[in-house]
Design a protein. Sequence first.
Length: 558
Amino acid sequence: MEPLSHPVRTRVTRMLYLSLAVLLAVAASACSSDSPLPASTEAAGERPVSPGPSTPKDRAALYDYLLEKTMAREAFSLIKNERLGLDIEAAMGAYRDELIAADTDEKLFYALLKISNARKDRHLSVRPVEGGLWLSSWGPPPETLAAPSPLETPIRFAVDYGTPGQYFAFVGDYAENLQAYAGSADVAVGDQLVAVNDQPFNDYLKAIKPYIRHSTVEGFWWKFAERISQKHYHTPPSFYREQATYTLERADGTRYTLSLPYLKADSMVWSGHGTPQYAGFHLVHDWQTYDLYVHDEKRVILLDWYGFRENLIADIDSLITYAEEQALLDHALIIDATRSRGGSRGAYAIQHFSTRPFKTTFGNLRLSDVIEPFIAEKRADYAARTVNDAGVAETLDDGAWLMDWLEHNVLPGLRDGQAYSNNVPFKLAHAPLYSDGVLKPAPVHFRGPLLGLFSPHGGSHLDQFVAIIVDNKLGHTIGMPAGGYSNTWEWEETLVFPISQQPIVAYMWSIGHTIRPNGDVLEGNPAPMDEFIPQTAANYLHYRDLLVERALRHLGFD
């Protein structure tokens, strides 16, 4: 159960307290010639400015800390590492020298970002903190220290997944008033991107890849396509000009160039290319979680699914009430989740979509130095009966099952030196510790066939939702696997320099596995589709409608 853009987690921000031995070493080196100057501050009452990147010795100690804690805390997905040919220690080590040589805030921030991304985990971000690094290119620090919102050019890109190993980016959509910025250029959906800011496409791809979080190859390409048109703070300023220049190639081989400004995304009206038409269906209701369509002639309904949001339970209950009143419960149900985000309570939805019992996802915790403060935070949440940052209560029983497990299973395992906790039904959200994780259909539920349409656009709780459907064989799936990223929780803390103790950034570790119903770790291992249909430049304009057509064909409708 995750917030909209991340897996369900507790974000715990803590300063790093070093051991007594390290503190003694700090004291011994405090008078050394490369000890940093005290952090400067602005005028009284104003936000302190960044203290700077400290010293090479401090940065070397910082790298050693990151490597040590990553090896001790991270819940590694062996199947992901094997698929990606990933050696975590070597991947992080590739940026060690860059980190030590980072003598400006900008160099240090982006070296840390690459070290974090070297783990290949979509969930693990790096963000600004009070008194830490702040780049002048981001503008003045806001009072809330929110990361800068990305700007966007009035053109968007998508990926052709048609040939493995030969993916490419093409024009997917553009603003209605593109001509106001692009002059007389005749832009067409499907035109292939061959260069960015005069840099050949493959060179640009290689250069930007370390700055994009991803857990699968397909997930990387989806997010990469989004980043091409963005001015994002997770990409160094050196990637940007005042205007972005794109070199594009038409189907006939001719090339042309566009120079486009960066604008606020909400200031543009998009043409809507690639938006599904859902021919033969009509919209009957829109809720926050989904839009409900009913077919004009066939006994089929379709949910255009947005995400597992805070009022999912209320929206599912409303759907069931409406379907019962309108005699729709025996209709086939198609869920178009190709543009879905994560969230929470997917098992509750499946209990109303499935005619059979099913096994939910399980999860565990990597046992390390962060577990005791993590449990202390959860204990405080339980006492206050708080919800996560998507506004969703994490468990159906207000967290009693979860706290019982943390106190009476996880803590003893930590004290006994275990590497991982036992596997339990995911976060004890839908079932208690002793449960086999099998959930029954709700008393009132859909009784017709279930079909799901998916893509690499989203992941997290969406990945769990897909895995439950696929591994339990609850329905027929079409499209492409989801983004392949899911865990139980993450640990986030404020990094400080080991010697100067100056704050730097907020940094995260994945500290638990999500276990698919088939027993596999889910991170980097999304459930496969029954009918794999890749998005391509040729089918992009009608891709989602194509998936609906395949769903109707599977149901026996021509």
